[in-house]
Design a protein around this ligand. Structure first.
Ligand code: NAD
Length: 351
């Protein structure tokens, strides 16, 4: 039995998470969920959107599934974290721009892994897409070091370190080696940000010598956007600093049919957290119309991570059958099924 921390999330989170749980349970995987809360409800109950017990649960179980959560735009919203992280001062309070960033940074989940693979029956402008994006998760402009210089000028600090660049680079190369991938493309803007992106580019390309047989190439991020739209079939594994990775992984989701079908994971040396790429889509909350595919694929990735490959494959095969038929799917995929009905259809196709 694997004990997994489960954060249902906010907005459409609880609906898609429930659909994912139904499918995982039917797959025969031995999962015991430890359900914890973050966000507005947690704030009401515990006085903080990120209670200590959430971090403690994930650190103890080492595997988590996280539904999407809502982050207010603009303003001065910050998440304050007080749990006693190993090696920190018990009095210390850390603060982050969002709950997702707080979890990734506190648990050192440095690799954001986002596969973008074409799915049968899912309408898209492209076919045969098979990309995997490795986004550095802990620094860059997302370090959250921002301040107002004056009433009219705001400043944000971009942090890039060799250590963080090397470990995301190594995660990408290791993945490529393990999965028989041929090429790793390093994406950057080192022509303009010569020191920060220059360090990222050098740190990752220097690793190539340890991976003979895997081609390494580099692309400037703006050119990469155009290339992905024009010739996505030329690319395989991409590795990027945090901000470009965030943007390009949504672009890649667009190549395969949208945010509703794009899974993801945040991986560290000992802890892994799985989550869909999409957000809490508040306008669809409670309507039973959100697409559960991204959640279900994220949970299938989680099962593979836990060594429950057979259950993961059963889920993917059944999901693809439902998508291919195109009837019992949610409105964003052209169907009329609700989130729950789509999950039931997937379960009914499991062999
Ligand atoms: P979003 O991903 O929530 O929604 C953008 C649009 O994509 C939606 O309006 C909808 O049309 C579509 N969409 C997304 N998921 C879908 C699904 N499962 N089924 C069908 N359609 C789907 O992005 P947003 O509107 O920019 O953000 C909304 C909130 O989510 C914000 O508070 C944001 O901060 C948060 N967010 C959270 C995460 C996370 O927790 N990891 C990630 C992204 C955004």
């Amino acid at each position: 039995m694997h004990r997994v921390t489960l954060i249902p999330g906010e907005g459409i989170g609880p609906e898609v998470t429930e659909a994912g749980q139904m499918v995982v349970e039917a797959s025969g995987a031995a999962i015991e969920w430890e359900i914890v809360e973050v966000g507005a409800e947690a704030e009401k109950r515990y006085g903080t959107p990120t209670p200590d017990y959430v971090f403690e649960s994930i650190a103890r179980n080492t595997v988590a599934y996280k539904g999407p959560v809502t982050t207010p735009f603009g303003g001065t919203y910050r998440v304050r974290v007080t749990w006693k992280r190993p090696g920190t001062d018990p009095q210390e309070v850390r603060s982050y721009p969002s709950i997702s960033v707080a979890l990734r940074k506190e648990l050192d989940l440095y690799a954001n892994v986002r596969p973008a693979k074409s799915l049968p029956g899912v309408q898209s402008r492209y076919e045969g897409i098979d990309l995997v994006i490795f986004r550095e998760n802990t620094e860059d402009l997302y370090a959250g070091i921002e301040h107002m210089v004056s009433e009219d000028i705001a400043e944000s600090v971009k942090i890039i370190s060799r250590r963080a660049s090397e470990r995301i680079g190594r995660a990408a190369f290791e993945y490529a080696r393990k999965h028989g991938r041929k090429k790793v493309t390093v994406v950057h803007k080192a022509n303009i940000m010569k020191l920060t992106d220059g360090l990222f580019l050098r740190s990752v390309t220097d690793l190539a010598k340890d991976y003979p047989g895997i081609e390494v190439e580099q692309r400037v991020v703006d050119n990469m956007c155009m290339q992905l739209v024009q010739k996505p079939e030329l690319y395989d594994v991409l590795v990027l600093p945090n901000l470009y990775g965030d943007i390009l992984s949504d672009l890649a989701a667009g190549l395969i049919g949208g945010l509703g079908v794009a899974p993801g994971a945040n991986i560290g040396d000992t802890i892994a957290e799985f989550e869909p790429v999409h957000g809490s889509a508040p306008k669809y909350a409670g309507l039973n119309r959100a697409n559960p595919t991204a959640t279900i694929l994220s949970m299938a990735m989680m099962l593979e991570h836990l060594g429950e490959e057979n259950s993961g494959k059963r889920i993917e095969t059944a999901l693809k059958a439902v998508l291919r038929e195109g009837k019992e799917v949610t409105p964003d995929l052209g169907g009329k099924a609700g989130t729950r009905e789509m999950a039931r259809a997937i379960i009914s196709r499991m062999s």
